[in-house]
Design a protein around this ligand. Structure first.
Ligand code: 5GW
Ligand code: MN
Length: 357
């Protein structure tokens, strides 16, 4: 009888202890969010993922019709030259976060919708993306509901009167925000024009320390034909016997630290020129080209990544990933800017203004 009572008590205590331990276990598992544990499993899972693909062949380069590497061993990114599955696995392992900056000053706010919508289809699909939209008209930017890990961040900035300055001041604003917030929020920055639409995939293959893009009007040009700044008085000056490529002002990027260096250089060079009452012929693009001459990009994007359909579609161009949206210049720009811009564009593109309708 006594023994029976004793056993009953022990059983009850054991049961209570069991309940308690289970409860503690469940609560702590929940409380710690299972995040470190989940992350750990994810890493293990990805490391053990088998991937099947064709072995690279020493004597069978995937493309022989285009230059795929620069003399300083920076790859030039063309369709067919990379395997996106391998790259995606690498960048997922690093849990990469990408920021893409665009400026929508004054009437250029009309381009944001198409830009973001097409980017959602084609830009860094499956990765974390912050769209940084610099604008002087935050109320004109729609509210976008994006999937988890992707968001639109609106950054209110002043607008400048002259269109040249609107374009050039991008360097200063990117630099300032790189310092203040981009370094905390993303690993890489991609800095592009807003009057564009994505029409094919643009993924982690573009990411590198610091990258530039071959201008669609000059990928096959001679040094002397590049529209570099040729006046010695300007800090953007490049002599006719120097220069590798003509890089586009509307597409560059890299790590936040490298983009800081690049934009800081360009902005300071512009300010020096301003003090001397000189402005480089192609504005921010001229300063960018000067920077890349002496700080070589670690990757270069082919014109697949920046195209204008007015140029047509040459055979080497297997994909058009990011193309200029035709602008109705009368509506989108003020009259004086239109006249000036038409004049200079005619000099730059021998076939006339690229996207005037
Ligand atoms: C306005 C008039 C003439 C030239 C540029 C502008 C302008 C440019 C503007 O009013 N608002 C503005 O946000 N921009 C930004 O600068 C856009 O992000 C735009 O993509 C970038 C470069 O100007 P674009 O796209 O007109 O230059 P192109 O060489 O691509 O025609
Ligand atoms: Mn543009």
């Amino acid at each position: 009888m006594i023994l029976d009572k004793y056993e009953k008590g022990t059983r009850k205590k054991c049961f209570l202890a069991f309940l308690f331990i289970t409860a503690v276990f469940i609560v702590s598992f929940y409380w710690y969010g299972t995040k470190p544990i989940k992350w750990h499993y994810e890493v293990l899972f990805r490391c053990s993922q088998k991937m099947l693909y064709d072995k690279p062949e020493t004597f069978k380069p995937p493309r022989v019709d285009v230059l795929m590497v620069t003399p300083w061993l920076a790859p030039i990114i063309w369709d067919g030259s990379y395997n996106i599955d391998i790259l995606n696995a690498q960048f997922h392992q690093r849990n990469v976060r990408v920021g893409i900056t665009v400026f929508a000053i004054k009437k250029y706010t009309v381009f944001v919708k198409t830009f973001v919508e097409t980017a959602e289809q084609f830009f860094m699909v499956g990765h974390k993306v912050n769209y940084y939209v610099f604008t002087d008209r935050p109320n004109y930017i729609l509210n976008f509901t994006l999937p988890e890990g992707r968001q639109v961040v609106i950054l209110e900035v002043p607008s400048y009167k002259r269109w040249q300055e609107v374009s050039m001041r991008r360097m200063e604003m990117i630099r300032d925000h790189a310092h203040q917030r981009f370094s905390k929020e993303v690993d890489f920055l991609v800095c592009v024009d807003v009057d564009m639409r994505f029409s094919d995939s643009v993924g982690v293959e573009i990411l590198s320390d610091v990258f530039g893009t071959l201008h669609p009007g000059f990928y096959n040009g001679q040094r002397t034909g590049f529209t570099y700044e040729r006046r010695k008085d300007s800090t953007a000056y490049i002599p006719t016997d120097e220069g590798d490529f003509y890089y586009a002002g509307g597409y560059f990027g890299g790590t936040v630290a490298e983009v800081y260096k690049l934009t800081n250089f360009c902005h300071n060079a512009m300010m020096t020129d301003k003090e001397n009452n000189i402005e480089a012929i192609w504005h921010d693009e001229s300063y960018l080209n000067k920077y890349f001459l002496y700080h070589k990009p670690t990757k270069i994007l082919s014109p697949e990544y920046l195209w204008d359909n007015n140029i047509g579609v040459p055979g080497f161009l297997k994909r058009r990933r990011f193309v200029a949206v035709p602008k109705n210049h009368n509506a989108i720009r003020n009259k004086r800017a239109l006249q000036e811009n038409q004049k200079v564009k005619k000099q730059k593109f021998h076939f006339g203004s690229p996207h005037i309708y």
